[in-house]
Design a protein around this ligand. Structure first.
Ligand SMILES: *[C@@H]1O[C@H](CO)[C@@H](O)[C@H](O)[C@H]1NC(C)=O
Ligand SMILES: *[C@@H]1O[C@H](CO)[C@@H](O)[C@H](O)[C@H]1NC(C)=O
Ligand SMILES: *[C@@H]1O[C@H](CO)[C@@H](O)[C@H](O)[C@H]1NC(C)=O
Ligand SMILES: *[C@@H]1O[C@H](CO)[C@@H](O)[C@H](O)[C@H]1NC(C)=O
Ligand SMILES: *[C@@H]1O[C@H](CO)[C@@H](O)[C@H](O)[C@H]1NC(C)=O
Ligand SMILES: *[C@@H]1O[C@H](CO)[C@@H](O)[C@H](O)[C@H]1NC(C)=O
Ligand SMILES: *[C@@H]1O[C@H](CO)[C@@H](O)[C@H](O)[C@H]1NC(C)=O
Ligand SMILES: *[C@@H]1O[C@H](CO)[C@@H](O)[C@H](O)[C@H]1NC(C)=O
Ligand SMILES: CC(=O)N[C@H]1CO[C@H](CO)[C@@H](O)[C@@H]1O
Length: 867
């Protein structure tokens, strides 16, 4: 979401250092014309799955009674700043359907108070803990519901972290589709168990913040993604989220294959609604809509926040224009019926017809009273905040997630855990508070004090913050604090002293410039901010024992200090949210062993990444961002290029050690065929009379108190719109009204249900062989055989499980299921998932990171313990 695209667009032109300046040749080679998004029409209707049948039945009953104005109301946002929430639809109160409140963010309720500031997505990914993912989802849903938010804008599973400098990677769960898939799906299940609708975002290719958006003066970049890469990497977590029953999906700002996501018929009609069987509604990102009829035909169901190309001018692509487009016949009535039925069915599916609270907070002010329509020229004033406290006991979940995400990269001489009486010298502003005050920077658009989250719409205000300084001071009897990033003169360490140095790296959404970084880490690169490297080096020059704590949005370069003799230990605490301090001291002082694992690779140098994942600067014409590296992002690339990273994906030490033993591979459902069993046929969808509504249905009601600039469904002269119905709308190439045959890869939410047949199950016994309590993560990677005839990454994470807390000597048997889809490649010719028959040649590895395999299994031969 972004508020003022024009300012943004201008900002992107003037930001210094924003350009990573690849050579002219590189740019030329990137302008490849073959990427094209094929037309896919008409929009498939929702309601053909039995899971959704009763919700669709209820929706059909009320939509049948709706006037054109009511239908248009529910699909169209009422305009930027035209209510309490980030966006709201119009209502159909006559039939009991309120204006729906849509609001950020994936880590907490944006811009309000008495909420919980949860750890960010990247932190959740690092836990590798499905139960915590779910638990946090429930807590988020409870807070959304408590504030009266119908649709909470998250979770985010795109960006995937393809570009390590990308600004919003931290909002999602890590640089791997399976980690994103579990993070997204568990969050959705948790959130929606409370009745809140999740909005899974962003479809797709939003891997860079700069130049993401098309505006009146700029064109957003095109992410050019081949079909196989789309399916095996970027679509993967969306398929799992749809399978988890997500109620809504948000389209990205950028283009894919030169067609803007918010009206890309292949993506919405073809992939989301047909292949992946999505039954909920598809919405835009904020101000991402670029056309009215075109987006409706391409399958878009809801516009947000509803404005036309420039917000706050009272223009719209939908609202009254959608009324007109239906009356003049350009948008078929049955498309509008499907749009509104999808929205109303989702509302019923989550039970929002039963006592769901109305919004009781304001996303724009913390005052009790304020403008009811801040975007209107003249707005009535009223109560906008009822100050509902929705925190419950969610701080327990927030602290558990932050703690179990903390990733121990290095721990020489077992310097960690610290003892309560160790003599500690603490350095770095990242250990302290923001001197300007808690929440001093709107949307967290500054990097002051401990970094609890990145910046942008994907944030929320901190209700309180326990800093590392406060938490350490509470526990340690012997700590001195130097809350500065410049190593203080005159401080030196005795042999018993331990320096704990806090550094960080920030990024965010392209709506604010922070220390010269326009969202992406364009200027800072992958180095720590505030001269963090110098601070560590200075400490290492003065102390013989140094512990480094890193709060970061993603990979940072550690080469300047990681091998210095005094640097004994490194903890990555990711983005912990409000429980930053307590979660850290839980680990630092050994009340818990660290059990987080890296949700991305930490490289030795940035040039170790493929050239094609660097940020792309402005160019003449549209920026073409070709996904030349294909499947080879993050660890998939490092393995293929045979580059040893500094720390591999999945790496994370503990204060104890684990033994993996007694591995067993069992066949659950044999892979008798290369392709899955035939899909189930589509069920029927609701039908409505095909008659065009009467123009009078969108005439202004009598004595209507109109708010200027507010977006309504009404027309001044509705009869005129209808009169022009003989003219022909210039339909896009490939436009059709006859439904296409159901794609063979589809059949249920997420795709053909046979894809989720468990093919194999791996059991492994994990024993705590050290002397302290701890939790282990078993990561299951798949290696597909060359016999498939396709170049495929040599290891792909497909499953993981985490033990409970094991005490010394204790064991737990973990079971890791592998589905048919986990063992398949996307066959671009057949347009289906293909696996080696009988699993011939498939290898399955279980390890503690992608570079530390402890167990290896070969289908048909069995498993061996590797070390
Ligand atoms: C993108 O382009 C490739 C190559 O033309 C094509 O195979 C693929 O289906 C396209 N995907 C989308 C979503 O347009
Ligand atoms: C459309 O929504 C607006 C805003 O919620 C409301 O004022 C209006 O009455 C609604 N129109 C109908 C026909 O329900
Ligand atoms: C119908 O109305 C829509 C919305 O104003 C407009 O975009 C479209 O061109 C119109 N169609 C015709 C055939 O005039
Ligand atoms: C959570 O907050 C409550 C007060 O709201 C406090 O009593 C409790 O100790 C906190 N729990 C944790 C784990 O911080
Ligand atoms: C910490 O306490 C232990 C005994 O509990 C003692 O042996 C050790 O010397 C103390 N360390 C320091 C730095 O005071
Ligand atoms: C503060 O320190 C005391 C003493 O070590 C400890 O009992 C308490 O749990 C700490 N507070 C929190 C919230 O961790
Ligand atoms: C660790 O596992 C191996 C392989 O199963 C086994 O031989 C060994 O005894 C185990 N060691 C411990 C300490 O459990
Ligand atoms: C519809 O027709 C009327 C005259 O019948 C004309 O004035 C008006 O401009 C037309 N509207 C559109 C959208 O084409
Ligand atoms: C205006 C309004 O509906 N306020 C509600 C906000 O939420 C609380 C708790 O759910 C309700 O009690 C209020 O009525």
């Amino acid at each position: 979401m972004a508020v003022f695209p024009l300012c943004l667009a201008l900002l992107s032109q003037i930001v210094p250092g924003a350009l990573s300046s690849p050579s002219a040749e590189t740019l030329a080679s990137r302008g490849s014309p073959e990427f094209f998004s094929p037309p896919y029409y008409p929009a498939p209707k929702g309601g053909w799955l039995s899971d959704w049948a009763s919700a669709y039945k209820k929706a059909h009953d009320v939509v049948s009674k709706m006037t054109l104005a009511e239908k248009v109301n529910l699909t169209s946002g009422t305009g930027e700043l035209m209510g309490r929430c980030a966006g709201q639809t119009g209502s159909a109160l006559r039939l009991g359907i309120p204006s729906l409140c849509l609001h950020d963010s994936p880590l907490g309720i944006h811009n309000t108070d008495q909420n919980t500031a949860f750890p960010a997505g990247i932190t959740v990914g690092a836990t590798f803990d499905k139960d915590l993912m779910y638990e946090r989802g429930v807590a988020l849903g409870e807070e959304a519901r408590g504030k009266g938010i119908n649709v909470l804008l998250g979770p985010s599973v795109n960006p995937m972290g393809r570009k390590p400098r990308g600004g919003r990677n931290w909002e999602s769960f890590g640089a791997d589709p399976t980690l994103q898939a579990f993070g997204g799906a568990m969050t959705i299940k948790g959130m929606q168990s409370t009745g809140a609708i999740a909005s899974l975002k962003h479809v797709v290719g939003n891997e860079q913040e700069m130049h993401r958006m098309s505006t009146v003066i700029t064109q957003g970049y095109s992410s050019n993604i081949d079909d196989r890469t789309l399916h095996e990497l970027y679509l993967w977590p969306f398929a799992e989220g749809i399978r988890a029953g997500v109620g809504s999906v948000m389209m990205a700002y950028n283009d894919v294959n030169r067609s803007t996501c918010s009206q890309n018929s292949k993506l919405i009609n073809g992939i989301l609604k047909d292949e992946l069987g999505f039954q909920g509604f598809v919405m835009t990102d904020w101000l991402a809509q670029i056309g009215g009829v075109s987006s409706a035909l391409a399958g878009l169901d809801m516009s947000m926040p509803g404005d036309g190309p420039i917000p706050l001018l009272g223009t719209a692509y939908w609202s009254w224009e959608l009324s007109r487009a239906v009356l003049n016949g350009s948008v078929p009535v049955d498309r509008l019926n499907d749009m509104v039925t999808r929205i109303v069915a989702t509302w019923y599916k989550m039970g929002q017809d039963k006592d769901y609270p109305r919004p009781n907070f304001s996303g724009t002010t913390l005052e009790k009273t304020g403008l009811l329509y801040p975007g209107a020229l003249i707005s009535p004033i009223g109560i906008v905040n009822e100050f509902v406290n929705v925190q419950g006991n969610h701080n327990i979940t927030a602290r558990a997630v932050a703690r179990d995400a903390i990733t121990l990269l290095k721990n020489e001489e077992n310097i960690l855990p610290l003892k309560r009486n160790d003599s500690l010298k603490i350095f770095g502003t990242d250990a302290g508070a923001n001197p300007a005050g808690l929440n001093a920077c709107p949307d967290n658009g500054c990097n002051q004090g401990v970094l609890t989250m990145g910046w942008g719409s994907g944030t929320c205000r901190l209700p309180y913050l326990v800093t590392p300084q406060e938490a350490i001071a509470n526990i340690s009897s012997n700590a001195e604090f130097y809350i500065t990033d410049l190593f203080p003169i005159g401080v030196s360490g005795g042999p018993e002293d331990i320096a704990v140095v806090f550094i960080n790296s920030d990024s965010g959404e392209h709506m604010l410039l922070v220390d010269g970084n326009p969202g992406d880490r364009a200027l800072a690169g992958l180095y720590s901010w505030h001269n963090g490297d110098d601070l560590v080096k200075s400490a290492a020059a003065m102390f013989s024992k140094v512990v480094v704590v890193v709060h970061t949005v993603g990979p940072i370069l550690m080469e300047e200090w990681i091998d210095l003799e005094p640097v004994k230990a490194v903890l990555v605490a990711h983005l912990p949210g409000q429980e930053a301090g307590w979660s850290l001291t839980d680990i630092l002082f050994g009340d818990y062993s660290p059990s987080g694992h890296l949700p991305y690779t930490i490289p030795r140098r940035e040039s170790d990444y493929p050239e094609s994942v660097h940020l792309i600067p402005l160019s003449l014409g549209q920026i073409q961002d070709n996904y030349d590296e294909g499947l080879y992002i993050d660890y998939r690339h490092f393995l293929k290029a045979n580059i040893t990273p500094r720390y591999p994906f999945g790496h994370g030490l503990s204060y104890t050690t684990f033994n993996f033993s007694e591995p067993r591979l069992s066949v659950v459902k044999p892979l008798d065929t290369a392709y899955p069993a035939a899909r189930p046929p589509k069920g029927s969808t609701p039908t409505y009379p095909d008659t065009k509504p009467a123009p009078s249905e969108v005439a202004w009601p009598k004595n209507f108190n109109r708010i200027w600039r507010y977006l309504y469904p009404y027309l001044d002269n509705p009869a005129d719109a209808s009169a022009n119905s003989t003219e022909k709308y210039p339909y896009p190439d490939g436009y059709a009204t006859e439904p296409k045959p159901a794609p063979r890869a589809g059949g249920a939410e997420g795709g053909n249900p046979a894809l989720w047949d468990v093919a194999f199950s791996v059991q492994v016994k994990v024993t705590n062989t050290g002397s302290r309590d701890g939790r282990a993560v078993a990561q299951l990677y798949v290696e597909l055989p060359a016999s498939l005839g396709l170049d495929t990454p040599s290891r792909q994470l497909r499953q993981f499980e985490k033990t409970k807390i094991l005490s010394a000597g204790q064991s737990e048997v973990l079971t890791l299921d592998v589905t048919r889809k986990d063992l398949s490649v996307w066959d671009v010719v057949v347009q289906d998932w293909k696996t080696p028959v009988h699993g011939e040649g498939i290898k399955i590895w279980v390890g503690e990171s992608v570079a530390d395999m402890r167990v290896g299994c070969t289908v048909g031969e069995g498993c061996a313990v590797l070390h």
